[in-house]
Design a protein around this ligand. Sequence first.
Ligand code: XBP
Ligand code: MG
Length: 242
Amino acid sequence: MNAAPTPASVRVEQVRRLLLRARALIFDVDGTLAETEELHRQAFNEAFARSGMDWRWGRAVYKELLRVAGGKERIRAFDQARKSPQPLSDSDIAGLHRIKTACFADLLVKRGCPLRPGVNALISAARERGQRLAIATTTSRENINGLLSAALGRNWSDIFEVIVAGDEVARKKPAPDVYLEVLSRLRLSGSDCVAIEDSANGLVAAAQAEIPVLITRSLYFREDDFTGALLVLDELCELSEP
Ligand code: XBP
Ligand code: MG
């Protein structure tokens, strides 16, 4: 006699069905579509070096700084914590972040950054089912383009009906702004969709927009509190048929 299904496998089946029924799937980018944060961290350090600054963010410091969504906001938080007699101005920060974004683009070309396991399969299956796809991210369009043109080809943006980047809304995650803007442009309500995220900030943002959230743990947010998520997976490929 077969053993009764374990709660985990029942849960996975329920979430798999929810994904199949959703009118749209809304993807976070960093940490969800691809494990990008190590490249971001290296890009920040490269930008500091090119700007003649003695800053260097190790993994432990970066893990703390990642509580702050947004590269410019992260630089500002680090600078303020240092209580420097000459804090960076907003234009200093914007200029430094532009260099960082250029460094990130270079690193993407030099090192590449593959999609996480199961991401491509889920996107392809959703497209075959006629589901709508969207992106809700804190990062910039430039970074999204650099990552996805390499991973999905130069016509990657045809795959996502709606793309909302961090600087296009008033408040970054964990505020719900980016998800509310995606829902508005899709003309859907949160319960029609499923969001795929990797961080507590992302979970809070999507949940405030009343979107059910599937979490795939990433390098820097493994210990985050994902209470309220539909399910927490290590990789999306755990959802595929056995
Ligand atoms: C993650 C972020 C971003 C990236 C760095 O975005 O918080 O700030 O760490 O990119 P998400 P920028 O998980 O919402 O995709 O330097 O361009 O902000
Ligand atoms: Mg993320």
